[in-house]
Design a protein around this ligand. Structure first.
Ligand SMILES: *Cc1c(COP(=O)(O)O)cnc(C)c1O
Length: 382
């Protein structure tokens, strides 16, 4: 039996009646833009993410874009971020006309290495965008310290990390100046299309974000700012208001799956022989059991590309997040980076592979995934 990387049909099947009823309720009102469903979701997400405000937007990409616009970042400004993330993180910086300045990752967590940030700060630096990659927070304490000393804004790219907690229990999106979330269907809280959210506890920024979302218009047809159409669809908000009720349960299942993988890989002997390394969950010091929400479960492996081909043959879903770091992307050649500039990001791009971790994944399916990986290495040892 094939094991997909993500099974949206299995995810939505038990909710189908509830989701269709929520969509139908919006349809009955014929009011498809903003309104009470969006306002309700914003209130609930703000509370879930421990911030005072949340503003629904059209996608995670647009969340990053509108955050940069709200902070008035543009041509002549520099923004520090990681080379190892989904394209939107650096793409948004370039789209507002600012320069992405890259800083290598910590090989343990795959998140930006705080020790390498300070040398990259210049008088033109305006913000840092740490990415909470795969569902685990970047090391925010030293990042916030640097931001304070150098008067920089911090935009958390929390697209993969809704509900993830930092060392002290603070949630992703509540630590920096602005948090950015995505409701793309593959995220832990996904809608039925595109959607996103920005979070902040700064009332002035919340107001700017709200106005920028509707072309900078306030009152209607009077524009103090140049914004865009960055609205979250009412139907998507209604869907998310249903799905949010289940998010904690899904996250627990992902965490249980991560624990089970740890057991299965331990038993397989693959860890001892060094073919496979598990993703570490690093923030356990405060006594809480879990901080990582496992949007992805990403292994570091030997012979990655061959393993990838083998899993494909065996019908096991796997993916590479991400095969090319930003500094080696064709569209960013103008930044002047070269191969070798960010060795940890380059190594991660060559050694990592994501395997299925979704909430509906069964114990048997997990055993099958580990068996397929074990089969590959035992064959390759002969
Ligand atoms: C998914 C994602 C985004 C973009 O979100 P969309 O909703 O797809 O636009 C941005 N950053 C990261 C790290 C992501 O994983």
């Amino acid at each position: 039996m094939a094991v997909p990387l993500l099974d949206l049909a299995a995810h939505h099947a038990p909710l189908q009646a509830e989701l269709l009823a929520a969509i139908e309720a919006v349809f009955r009102t014929q009011a498809f833009v903003l309104g009470p469903q969006v306002a309700k979701l914003e209130e609930r997400i703000a509370s879930y993410c421990q911030t005072r405000h949340a503003i629904g937007v059209s996608s995670g990409t647009d969340a990053l874009l509108i955050a940069l616009m709200a902070l008035d970042i543009g041509p002549g400004d520099e923004v520090i971020t990681s080379p190892y993330s989904f394209f939107a993180t650096a793409g948004a910086v370039a789209r507002v006309g600012a320069k992405p300045v890259l800083v290598d990752i910590d090989p343990e967590t795959f998140n930006i290495d705080p020790n390498k940030i300070e040398p990259a700060i210049t008088p033109r630096t305006k913000a840092i965008i740490p990415v909470h990659l795969y569902g685990q927070c970047a090391d925010m304490e030293p990042i916030m310290g640097l931001a304070m000393r150098h008067r920089l804004a911090v935009i958390e790219d929390a697209a993969q990390a809704i509900g993830a907690e930092y060392r002290d229990g603070r949630r992703a999106g509540s630590i920096g100046t602005i948090g950015c979330f995505s409701f793309f269907p593959s995220k832990n809280l996904g809608c039925l299309g595109d959607g996103g959210m920005v979070t902040t506890s700064d009332p002035e920024l919340a107001e700017r974000l709200t106005v920028l979302r509707v072309h900078g218009s306030k009152p209607k047809y009077f524009h103090k700012l140049i914004g865009g159409n960055f609205r979250l669809d009412t139907i998507q908000a209604a869907v998310l208001n249903v799905k949010l009720n289940y998010l904690d349960g899904w996250t627990r299942r992902r965490q249980e799956n991560a624990e089970r993988y740890a057991q299965f890989f331990e038993q397989s002997g693959l860890l001892k022989e060094g073919s496979v390394r598990l993703p570490p969950a690093v923030y356990r010091s405060s006594g809480r059991k879990h901080h990582h929400i496992y949007n992805q479960f990403v292994l570091r492996v030997q012979k990655r590309d061959e393993l990838m081909a083998h899993l494909k043959n065996e019908g096991i879903g796997a993916e590479i997040y991400y095969p090319v770091p930003f500094h080696l992307q064709e569209c960013f050649t103008y930044l002047g980076y070269r191969e070798g500039d960010f060795p940890e990001s380059e190594r991660a791009a060559k050694e990592t592979i994501a395997i299925p971790i979704y909430p509906e994944l069964s114990k048997e399916q997990q055993a099958q995934v580990v068996q397929a990986i074990g089969g590959f290495y035992s064959r390759n040892d002969q």
